[in-house]
Design a protein around this ligand. Structure first.
Ligand code: PHE
Length: 451
């Protein structure tokens, strides 16, 4: 490709890229979503399916998506169009970029509402809202989600924060912020794991729930959820890692960086699980209690710890930052496209894309209270958006990314970008050509009841 850098700029170092991409991967998916969907799907067996999906589908697709971005050097829509031309295939491959942009907006609309819960919890921690009594903590969560005003307010705060960062360009503030925040979050999670160990019997019950598989709990839907989550947690299938890859200087190994990013992401999720399930059992809560799970367990832990209020504040602040480093990657493909094709300044692009997302998010906030009866396919708006994006759009996006990189892009270009020894290349090729697309198709067919 003629252009060797993106018009939007480049990461300053390899480390900066790893941090930014890890920031995109590590977020609410690891700490909020992974524990509650594991709880809803019976535990250990679900975790194994999820880990298998990360390894066999997630990592190879992450490499594919990054290499497409780096070769195209533009927003996912224009990248796909440019790569299609370069490899002399149908230009309609750019629709893949469009699907990504739409998925990003849909995900961010509910992501921001949940991140808003986390901001609200920072204030609960500051004002002594955490308690050692299960009933009090539960009530406090129920009060929050019953209030449209509060949910919309905190959602707005999070969207404004996202737009402010995106406006300034990713290199400006984010590279530095992530450098400090991600390691701190990791340390705090370890403190929580240590706390969970002090629950004695419940600690082992928690570990047992998380790691001993009972495959009778697993049906096609559980596998779809696990696979969808592998895409969601790694930030794959919608162009986030593609656009980050487009800012990646040439010569940096896509394979190594992908392995680091996926490894860090998986570790954070597992630590979150090890910290949370013992608390669930120690306090007589239900593992399958849904999206409120961490908001009902962690305040209890903090309510019981010495100086728990302080850890509580720190934890929820870091969770908000982890969400912020993901949210900017959800909106960046859209922003980059508005700048490239519509001649918008970054500021206007951020305001337009953020405003649209905010509006959609308001309907998500209402779906927890006044609009809880509004259902589509028996799901409320929040559940519906989550299902549509994480379980359908991301795997579908991943399917087409692997098919494009494996079958349509000229091999010479793929090899130039990956620059890995031939044996490893052959293994990767089998994974993107066969394993990933066939696995995604089988899971879809099974859920549709076709086999
Ligand atoms: N990976 C993020 C998380 O786990 C969410 C995300 C999804 C980010 C898709 C980018 C793209 O919270």
């Amino acid at each position: 490709m003629a252009k060797n850098t993106s018009i939007h700029g480049e990461w300053s170092t390899r480390f900066a890229y790893i941090l930014a991409a890890t920031g995109s991967a590590v977020g609410l998916g690891n700490i909020w979503k992974f524990p509650y969907i594991t709880g809803e799907n019976g535990g250990g067996a679900f975790v194994i399916v999820y880990l298998a999906c990360v390894l066999a589908i997630g990592i190879p697709i992450m490499m594919a998506e990054t290499l497409l971005g780096r070769r195209g050097r533009q927003s996912p829509i224009n990248t796909m169009a440019a790569l299609a031309i370069e490899s002399e295939v149908d230009k309609r491959w750019s629709y893949l970029g469009w699907m990504g942009v739409i998925a990003g907006v849909l995900i961010l609309s509910y992501y921001s509402v949940i991140a808003g819960w986390a901001i609200a919890y920072v204030f609960k921690a500051i004002f002594g809202g955490f308690s050692s009594e299960t009933a009090v903590v539960k009530q406090s969560f129920d009060d929050l989600i019953a209030s449209p005003g509060q949910l919309i307010f905190w959602h707005s705060v999070f969207m404004i924060a996202t737009m402010t960062v995106v406006m300034r360009g990713v290199r400006g503030g984010l590279e530095k912020a992530v450098q400090l925040l991600m390691p701190t979050l990791f340390v705090l999670l370890i403190i929580l794991v240590a706390y969970a160990m002090s629950t004695g019997e419940a600690y082992f019950q928690g570990l047992n729930f998380l790691f001993s598989p009972d495959f009778s709990e697993i049906d096609g839907h559980a596998v779809l959820t696990a696979m969808g989550h592998a895409f969601f947690t790694l930030g794959l299938g919608m162009g986030a890692i593609m656009v980050y890859g487009s800012y990646l200087p040439s010569g940096i190994s896509i394979m190594k960086t992908s392995l680091y990013i996926a490894g860090a992401d998986t570790l954070v999720a597992l630590f979150a699980g090890i910290a949370i399930f013992p608390l669930v059992f120690a306090n007589g809560l239900e593992p399958g209690s849904g999206p409120g799970l961490i908001f009902q367990t962690l305040p209890l832990a903090f309510g019981n710890m010495t100086a728990g209020w302080l850890f509580g504040i720190l934890f929820f602040v870091l969770l908000v930052f982890a969400a912020l480093t993901s949210s900017i990657s959800l909106i960046e493909p859209f922003v980059a496209w508005l700048v490239e094709n519509r001649g918008f300044s970054r500021i206007n692009a951020s305001v337009v894309s953020g405003g649209l997302t905010w509006l959609l998010g308001v309907s998500v906030a209402l779906s927890f209270n006044v609009w809880s009866d509004v259902t589509i396919f028996e799901k409320n708006i929040f559940d519906c958006l989550d299902y549509l994006t994480a379980n359908l759009m991301l795997p579908l996006g991943g399917f087409f990314i692997s098919v494009f990189a494996g079958w349509f892009m000229k091999e010479q270009f793929v090899k130039e970008e990956l620059a890995i020894p031939d044996v490893i290349y052959q293994v990767w090729l089998i994974l993107v050509r066969y394993v990933a697309p066939i696995s995604v198709s089988l899971v879809f067919l099974n859920v549709l009841g076709i086999f």
